[in-house]
Ligand binder design. Structure first.
Ligand code: HEC
Length: 114
């Protein structure tokens, strides 16, 4: 009986470690992202501000479903999706805009990720 328990515990721990190691990571904004957004959209945001946008993204955009990675969609796909999704969250327009640019700088086809 005891050894069966041990096998189950080892199995469970292995599964958890695998799951955590394989879950995709939300990118951390760097100076290059902030520069890309400024050049592409004439929107000025510091790395700190984009880090804050990243935190808000995790807070507001996974209450109904798992968090989507910015790299899952292209810029034009995100433009459409974000218009729908941002209407579902109760935060101010300037926060919404900052989250959008955080997402776009990580989009599948953003030049910075090529
Ligand atoms: C009130 C619940 C709710 C919140 C909050 C929410 N979503 Fe969604 N989201 C949905 C539902 C429902 C769907 C699937 C159906 C649809 O597309 O409307 C979805 C689908 C998506 C998809 C997949 C779209 C596709 O076409 O495949 C993405 C990406 C997404 N959401 C991003 C976001 C982002 C970014 C935020 C934060 C701004 C957000 N969601 C907040 C309910 C929500």
């Amino acid at each position: 009986m005891k050894s069966i328990h041990l096998v189950m515990v080892v199995f469970f721990v292995t599964m958890m470690v695998t799951l955590i190691a394989c879950s995709p990571k939300l990118y951390l904004p760097e100076q290059a992202h902030s520069a890309w957004v400024a050049e592409t959209y004439q929107y000025t945001g510091t790395v700190d501000q984009f880090n804050h946008a990243r935190t808000m993204y995790t807070q507001y955009c996974q209450s109904c479903h798992d968090l989507h990675m910015p790299s899952e969609y292209t810029i034009s796909e995100w433009d459409k999706i974000y218009t729908n999704m941002s209407a579902k969250v109760a935060i101010g327009d300037s926060s919404k805009r900052m989250i959008l640019y955080y997402i776009l700088a990580g989009a599948k086809d953003a030049e910075i990720n090529q």
